[in-house]
Design a protein around this ligand. Structure first.
Ligand SMILES: Nc1ncnc2c1ncn2[C@@H]1O[C@H](COP(=O)(O)OP(=O)(O)O)[C@@H](O)[C@H]1O
Ligand SMILES: Nc1ncnc2c1ncn2[C@H]1C[C@H](O)[C@@H](COP(=O)(O)O)O1
Length: 204
């Protein structure tokens, strides 16, 4: 079984992925953030580094897709390859931080890769509003993310809403996380587990 957790920066994907992986004993796959050679430079100068960063994330996410296909294990994945293309790359192009020429080049590679990608059995979307995202990004305290603007987060949120409302590739569970503290409150984590198990009824 392949479950993926999706959502904007700071929504709680990594935290929930870690908790679910421990709870169910599933393998977890995380984004390449700490060893990412472009992320810090990207936040310092988005226009200069956007193409290099997108290609890097695309490659690392495709490697994960391949591992998921080959492992035959139950896996929970922190963010999907779809988000790189439909949320981040598209938004950078809209904001003129990724040129049309580079975006077309990127899309051609993504389209090729997509034919090898299977959708997760369940996609869990952590929906959050921008003030809460800002709070959580601040709480996490990665220095290079201090430059993330409200405008950038809002545009990403709009892209998420559009993408999720058209998502038909597999089962989808939307969880509004702003009033949930699944880190400190076991009952909030229990609420999420109940929702997941209802969606996966029969597969457990
Ligand atoms: N529901 C929640 N309640 C309380 N704190 C949370 C919640 N979700 C995430 N956090 C905290 O917010 C920060 C960002 O969460 P993280 O899992 O890194 O988000 P993401 O992977 O989506 O960017 C972390 O410090 C995490 O502990
Ligand atoms: N495809 C991407 N383009 C730009 N930035 C990205 C992409 N994928 C992830 N990121 C950034 C956003 C955050 O700063 C870090 C980690 O993501 P998070 O949502 O906090 O798990 O990488």
């Amino acid at each position: 079984m392949h479950i993926a957790v999706t959502g904007n920066i700071g929504a709680g994907k990594t935290t929930l992925t870690t908790m679910l992986s421990k709870h169910y004993g599933w393998d977890a796959q995380f984004e390449d953030v700490d060893h990412n050679p472009y992320l810090e430079d990207f936040y310092a100068d988005m226009s200069k580094w956007s193409f290099a960063l997108q290609i890097y994330f695309l490659g690392s996410r495709f490697k994960q897709v391949k591992e998921i296909r080959e492992s035959g294990k139950n896996i929970i994945q922190d963010r999907t390859i779809y988000e790189d293309a439909h949320i981040f790359a598209e938004n950078l192009n809209d904001m003129n931080l990724l040129s049309d020429r580079d975006f077309k080049n990127y899309e051609a590679v993504f389209t090729l890769m997509k034919s090898f990608v299977s959708a997760p059995d369940l996609l869990i979307y952590l929906k959050s509003d921008v003030p809460n995202l800002v709070k959580k990004i601040y709480k996490r305290g990665r220095e290079y993310e201090a430059s993330i603007s409200i405008e950038y987060l809002s545009k990403l949120n709009q892209k998420y809403e559009k993408w999720i409302s058209n998502y038909t590739e597999g089962k989808l569970l939307i969880i509004e996380v702003d009033d949930l503290d699944f880190v400190e409150k076991p009952e909030d984590f229990g609420f999420i587990l109940e929702k997941i198990e209802a969606e996966l009824n029969g597969l457990f």
